[in-house]
Write a protein that binds this ligand. Structure first.
Ligand code: FES
Length: 108
């Protein structure tokens, strides 16, 4: 189901925001008029990604350095200590901007 989570203007250009979408906690990442929605927790140890570094294409977890492409959730860079941790991808959610509102599809 689609959830109206906030206004586009609630997130600065290049910014991040954690919101609730149904029963999911979702991290929104903005670049210009585009917004991506991903799981708010890193797949590695379920620590928050909201403090990570967002460069407009990937989010880098501040805890152990894993980087994830926000379009498809795949891990793009693996810090040396994560080399044998596997390839868990970051969950992504369909996200659109309509009439200045951000809409995220997530389970109720
Ligand atoms: S918790 Fe994110 S890389 Fe370890």
């Amino acid at each position: 189901m689609e959830h109206d989570v906030c206004a586009l203007e609630d997130i600065s250009d290049g910014g991040k925001k954690v919101v609730s979408a149904g029963r999911e906690k979702v991290l929104l990442l903005r670049k210009g008029d585009e917004v991506w929605a991903v799981d708010s927790k890193c797949p590695h140890m379920k620590l928050p990604l909201s403090t990570g570094k967002w460069d407009g294409e990937t989010i880098k977890c501040r805890f152990h350095g894993a980087c994830y492409n926000v379009s498809d959730g795949r891990r793009t860079k693996t810090a040396w200590l994560l080399a044998n941790v596997g390839t868990d991808a970051l969950a992504t959610y369909p996200c659109t901007v309509k009439d200045g509102r951000i809409l995220v599809e997530a389970a109720d």
